[in-house]
Ligand binder design. Structure first.
Ligand code: SIN
Length: 335
């Protein structure tokens, strides 16, 4: 007999079905908010003009559309604030750069590939064996999947561009002291799933978790602090930013299904960025960042990344690990 315990699992198994396609009529998404579960939030007045947006592949902040969920306080969705060229930039970074050593990835235990993307494109054999085996790479404080504890000796520099992007998003939502210190990049193929879990390894559980999705769409389940709560199913589409804060920060969540996206928006109308360079908080060379962003307008440059993302999804979830007054896990106060 099923008990209340199974409510999360029941939903997970339902949406995971392969032989018979699950119905998506109860899946929440902004464009089809039939049950009024999603509410649009007014534009925050204080951060309308962060001029770092365009160089980070973001639309002007005044054009972002932000929502919360009636049944999930603290859960916030920014519906694709990225430009199409911006999506290309971040997809490329997640494939070409973030999996490079010293960042860690799941396939390290099987084969040493310091540059997975390059190795896959230099050898057909490596490509056929390793390309779709990459499931995660970790950045900054590396998540320890066994102990679930972070460690100061298991930390490498956090990517400047991702720290800057996280800063813009966190500021926009009013989390002005957020610092990006750890990230997990998840790679999904059309049959991949991610089982129910909570993210509780961080010392600082007050800071929000920022989750960026690119490529194919996903059904994202979000429940409560235990698996007895029946979850809501939310459609996450390319460019979406899901923020788990406050009550939602420690809720169970999972990805039972990847579904093909309706539009490959990253291949639609593209324009380069030529505005004057803004002052950045983390990125040292904004000229280089702009050049890297603009490079992706060339479809030849983009073609290998396009071949990957047309049948994959990438999720980047960024966390603050430490409390505001800490510089490392072992040190307490900044002097
Ligand atoms: C995660 O919870 O780690 C990833 C969620 C997602 O892929 O959207």
């Amino acid at each position: 007999m099923k008990t209340e315990e199974d409510n999360f699992m029941k939903a997970f198994k339902y949406y995971k079905m392969i032989k018979q396609q699950p119905s998506i009529k109860n899946v929440l998404y902004v464009e089809n908010n039939i049950s009024n579960q999603i509410r649009e939030l007014p534009l925050p007045s204080y951060e309308k003009n962060d001029n770092r947006h365009s160089i980070l592949g973001l639309k002007p902040l005044g054009k972002w559309r932000t929502y919360n969920f009636k049944n999930h306080p603290g859960l916030v969705l920014i519906r694709n604030p990225f430009t199409n060229l911006g999506q290309r930039y971040w997809i490329r970074k997640c494939l070409e750069e973030y999996p490079r050593s010293p960042n860690k990835k799941n396939i390290d235990i099987e084969m040493r590939l310091d540059d997975w993307w390059r190795a896959c494109h230099a050898s057909k054999e490596i490509q056929s064996k390793q390309m779709k085996k990459l499931r995660w790479t970790t950045l900054g404080y590396h998540h320890n999947w066994d102990t679930k504890l972070y460690n100061d000796d298991h930390r490498t520099p956090f990517p400047e561009d991702l720290a800057e992007l996280s800063d813009v998003v966190a500021n926009y939502l009013g989390f002005t002291s957020f610092r990006a210190e750890a990230a997990i990049v998840n790679y999904y193929y059309m049959k991949s799933t991610l089982s129910a879990h909570t993210d509780h390894s961080e010392v600082n559980l007050e800071a929000p978790l920022l989750s960026f999705s690119f490529g194919q769409s996903a059904i994202f389940l979000i429940g409560g602090p235990t698996k007895t709560t029946a979850p809501s199913a939310v459609l996450l589409q390319s460019g979406d930013v899901m923020v788990m804060s406050k009550e939602a920060r420690l809720c169970y969540h999972a990805v039972p299904k990847i579904i093909p996206c309706n539009n490959a928006t990253w291949n639609e109308e593209l324009s380069t960025v030529t505005e004057c360079l803004p002052n950045m908080k983390y990125v040292c060379d904004s000229q280089k960042l702009q050049a890297r962003l603009n490079l992706n307008i060339d479809n030849k440059e983009w073609s290998d990344f396009n071949n990957y993302i047309k049948e994959s999804r990438i999720n980047v979830n960024v966390r603050q690990v430490l409390n505001e007054n800490q510089t490392s896990l072992s040190s307490a106060l900044i002097t």
